[in-house]
Design a protein around this ligand. Structure first.
Ligand SMILES: Nc1ncnc2c1ncn2[C@@H]1O[C@H](COP(=O)(O)OP(=O)(O)OP(=O)(O)O)[C@@H](O)[C@H]1O
Length: 387
């Protein structure tokens, strides 16, 4: 288990990690997410004894890294896969790490085999591709058969087969009861790999929850297709729903279940041509959650971009409370006033440019808030609601 207790790290006036308290549990894969500069690598470095906290503590199985006697047996880490001596063979790289941690040399071939590098074990690492170096970094992490794994961007550089392989490897390692903390900017991959996510924004904890809870938090609207939209909208609003008309004419309904919408429509003899709930992806949920924490957004134009159409909502309905810590609270609006729903952030998904870094052993050693995405698009469009 990993515990972060009020962890704070300042570099001069920059607060890289800000009072971070959370736990990474064994038996599951925990994704460690956040925009560039959010503090993920700093947290991992502190956890691995490569940097000192300004305040608070980062503990592995209740201990600081520096106090662990044989660290490769307690925690396997991959921070920078390119930080290897290019003149050594893969096998020799692992052999000296095994020796310095009193790990039997037999573990070397087992680790190389586990990451698929047996055939190149006697080749010099300098000639390895980034993907091969990532695999070698994973072999280092697994060498001591540790109960805890801390991996910074291990998917970076892997081909599609490699991406699938590492997903299955990590899920298998978690299923064995290990603690797996994994950072990545690849949200689609994280959605497939992680059970829980810890999300940082500007050093602060934005979310510590399951992937399922997070995506459900940002889903919620039911899309309804009907040729009598205005009439149905009025009925639904009277029943307490918030209704936003989408650019394609569908109604995005929050606050009522699919079956309640169907029952109300049937009672009023209003035809329905389709009713579906559109689940948010982890990427959408992440972008919405971190929109206010992005420090290095590019000048990418907003996607989507259809002109929003007004919608109707019940009067005097309070603005949903923000569920994530650190989110700005939209001011309650007067009944009948149009309010813009949170827009999609105007930036592209950050590309993982920074390769993970490997730690040499012992080196130290509602919707949200009501915004609804038109079906078939990736990014929530701006729209307006009337409350
Ligand atoms: N050694 C350092 N000296 C000064 N500032 C630093 C140092 N290391 C990190 N920072 C700053 O701390 C903040 C957090 O950086 P960090 O690398 O931890 O973010 P990150 O979430 O890992 O980002 P990325 O996704 O880009 O890897 C940034 O503002 C960064 O500039």
């Amino acid at each position: 288990m990993i515990e972060l207790r009020q962890l704070t790290k300042r570099y001069g006036r920059t607060v890289a990690v800000d009072d971070l308290t959370c736990t990474v549990e064994p038996g599951i894969v925990t994704g460690f997410l956040g925009p560039n500069g959010a503090g993920k690598s700093t947290t991992m470095r502190i956890l691995l004894g490569l940097d000192a906290p300004t305040r608070g503590a980062a503990l592995i199985a209740g201990r600081r890294y520096a106090t662990i006697d044989r660290p490769l047996r307690e925690v396997g880490a991959l921070l920078d896969a390119t930080a290897v001596h290019g003149g050594r063979t893969a096998r020799n790289h692992l052999r000296w790490l095994a020796r310095t941690n009193r790990i039997p040399v037999t573990a070397v071939d087992a680790a190389l085999d586990r990451v698929g590098l047996s055939q190149v074990a006697r080749r010099r690492v300098g000639g390895f591709s980034l993907g091969m170096k990532q695999r070698l970094g994973l072999a280092v992490a697994l060498l001591g058969d540790p109960p805890v794994l801390v991996l910074d961007e291990p998917v970076n550089g892997l081909d599609p087969d490699g991406v699938r392989w590492i997903r299955e490897l990590l899920r298998g390692l978690a299923a064995e009861g290990r603690t797996v903390l994994l950072s990545s900017h690849l949200m689609s991959e994280m959605q497939l790999t992680a059970d829980r996510v810890i999300i940082l924004g500007r050093g602060r904890l934005l979310a510590d929850t399951t992937v399922t809870e997070l995506t459900e938090r940002y889903s919620g609207a039911v899309l309804v297709r009907t040729p009598r939209g205005a009439e149905l909208a009025a009925v639904l609003v009277r029943a307490g729903a918030t209704v936003a008309t989408q650019p394609d004419g569908q109604l995005a309904v929050s606050g009522l279940s699919e079956s309640a919408i169907g029952d109300l429509a049937a009672a009023q003899r209003l035809p329905l041509h389709g009713v579906s709930r559109r689940d948010a992806s982890l990427e959408e949920a992440y972008l919405r959650l971190t929109a206010e924490s992005v420090q290095f957004g590019g000048a990418t134009p907003l996607r989507g971009g259809s002109a929003p159409r007004p919608a109707v909502a019940p009067p005097n309905r309070p603005e949903p409370a923000p569920t994530a810590p650190g989110r700005a609270v939209p001011a309650p609006t007067a009944p009948g006033r149009a309010v813009p729903a949170p827009a999609a952030p105007s930036r592209a998904e950050p590309t993982p440019t920074e390769p993970g870094r490997a730690v040499p052993a012992r080196t130290p050693s509602g919707p949200a808030d009501g915004a609804v995405t038109p079906a078939g698009t990736d990014t929530p469009s701006p729209e307006r609601e009337t409350r």
